[in-house]
Design a binder for this molecule. Structure first.
Ligand code: ADP
Ligand code: ASP
Ligand code: MG
Length: 458
């Protein structure tokens, strides 16, 4: 069995879905479990619908709901033009999903209040709609396809918008449901991103979470491989939207991929690697617009060479500087500080300390007010906004002679605020002003990848 996950651009419209179905059709002998995202930009649209409802902007909400319905009804019409009976059923199903969304959005609008629970229900509709239409289209193309509602098998905790998987429960539920859906079928399809908690209430895994769904399903069905189909020819040495002349990476290790994703490379959800590693399941990142390409293989570390693989970055982060004389010669200070972060569920990326100071970086989207308030009760706290975090990633780079010099040499003129060298030997990270980011990553990437120089292990 294999898992094939198709992201938003791979299911964006008639042409993309036709290509995607052709790719799936070529792999039926490997028993694919197909995991789909919402059509490109649809999750953003659903966020806008929930915002419009919460702010009681009826006109905007109605306009967006109509757009959503029209896009899916038209798509079903185009994909199923040759199969009128299936088309009628698919359009009815799309309308049923949209009707239920319309009622919820109107109810939210009437009270002008949006709970996380309702927001999760609203934003789940993208995947429900895409998987429904694609399932009909696959059947129309002669691929007998079973449908699984991911909310019945993907279980998370009660965090509605960023559910943390209850892995044992997923491992118990998924294999049986997949087997059942496969009966008499050539393939099965389910949704990425969406899940439910143990009470059966809907949750989602957080933005970009379909990759994570695919990997969890891969773990549960003991997949031979997990394929992440997207709109680039694999993982590259940097985000091609920001950096010129990025290099294609034929293979990278699980650790390198996890660090790249965690430190900003948006090509994979940061937690995608974790389930796959548990059973050593290879992940392939492939381009649905160029299906004959080799893509990038993500494999266990022993199969991967040492050396720099990537310059990744997080564009908008904050540095929280915590100063206290009480830190000097006292034990328990760090524990107290990190308990506060943990209780507020604020996730920390980089940490550096000096005698009376701790600096940490957090994503700008994190809600840090409560943390700052509590820290301020016993320390001076200064928050620096508009910073970016840059990471050089590669197996054993920390052991390469001259690596630090090569990393910092091109940054002569800019301020570097924090430096952190990962204990895993895979990562060197630092913080710069956000306005310097583009120049920093461009010149660093150029220096590391386009002016090769022998680096020796010492
Ligand atoms: P999908 O909708 O298929 O999940 P995403 O937009 O989430 O696709 O991820 C693919 C995008 O990730 C690419 O279009 C590319 O711009 C971006 N990206 C960022 N960093 C990298 C990288 N290091 N290698 C390849 N793509 C990257
Ligand atoms: N549709 C969801 C999102 O846009 C999940 C995903 O695409 O991975 O965030
Ligand atoms: Mg994605």
């Amino acid at each position: 069995m294999i898992v094939m996950k198709f992201g938003g651009t791979s299911v964006a419209n008639f042409e993309a879905i036709t290509r995607t179905i052709f790719i799936i059709g070529g792999k039926l002998d490997q028993k694919p479990v197909v995991v789909v995202s919402a059509l490109s930009k649809v999750t953003d649209l659903l966020y806008r619908i929930s915002d419009a409802a919460a702010s009681r902007n009826v006109e905007e909400m109605e306009m967006l709901l109509a757009q959503l319905r029209e896009r899916h009804v038209n798509l079903a019409g185009d994909l199923l033009a040759q199969s009128p009976a299936l088309k009628e059923d698919a359009v009815a199903e799309v309308n049923r999903i949209c009707d239920s969304l319309d009622s919820l959005a109107r109810a939210v609008c009437a009270v002008g209040e949006l709970s996380d629970r309702n927001k999760a229900i609203i934003i789940s509709n993208g995947e429900l709609l895409s998987s429904t239409v694609i399932c009909y289209a696959m059947n129309a193309k002669g691929i007998r396809t079973g449908f699984i509602d991911a909310r019945r098998m993907m279980v998370t905790n009660d965090s509605y918008l960023k559910g943390e998987p209850v892995v044992e429960e997923i491992l118990t539920r998924v294999p049986g449901m997949v087997e059942e859906a496969y009966r008499g079928m050539d393939a099965v399809i389910t949704q990425g991103f969406i899940a439910s908690n143990l009470k059966g209430e809907q949750t989602v895994l957080g933005r970009g979470g379909s990759d994570y769904s695919a990997s969890l399903i891969g773990l549960a069905v003991d997949a031979e491989r997990i394929e992440i189909w997207t709109d680039v020819d694999g993982v590259r040495s940097a985000d091609p939207r920001k950096v010129e002349n990025t290099k294609y990476l034929e293979k990278i290790s699980f650790e390198e991929a996890a660090e790249m994703a965690h430190f900003g490379a948006k090509v994979l959800h940061p937690l995608t690697i974790e389930p796959a590693v548990k059973k050593n399941i290879p992940i392939y990142v492939l381009n649905s617009m160029n299906p004959s390409g080799k893509g990038t293989a993500i494999l266990r570390s022993e199969l991967i060479e040492d050396g720099v693989k990537s310059v990744s970055f997080k564009e908008n982060i904050r540095v929280i500087n915590i100063f206290s004389m009480r830190m000097i010669n006292t034990s328990g200070f760090l524990r107290r500080v990190f308990e506060i972060f943990s209780e507020s569920k604020v996730s920390v990326d980089l940490i550096s300390t000096s005698e009376a100071n701790i600096s940490v970086t957090v994503d700008a989207a994190e809600k840090i007010e409560a943390v700052v308030k509590q820290l301020s009760e016993f320390a001076e706290v200064i928050v620096d906004d508009d910073k970016s975090q840059v990471s050089v990633i590669g197996k054993n780079i920390v052991k390469l002679n001259g690596m630090l010099k090569r990393t910092f040499a091109p940054l002569k003129r800019c301020n570097v605020y924090m430096i952190s060298q990962g204990a895993s030997f895979v990562n060197i990270s630092f913080v710069v002003d956000r306005e310097e980011l583009t120049e920093v990553v461009q010149s660093l990437h150029h220096h590391l990848f386009e002016t090769p120089e022998e680096l020796e292990t010492f």
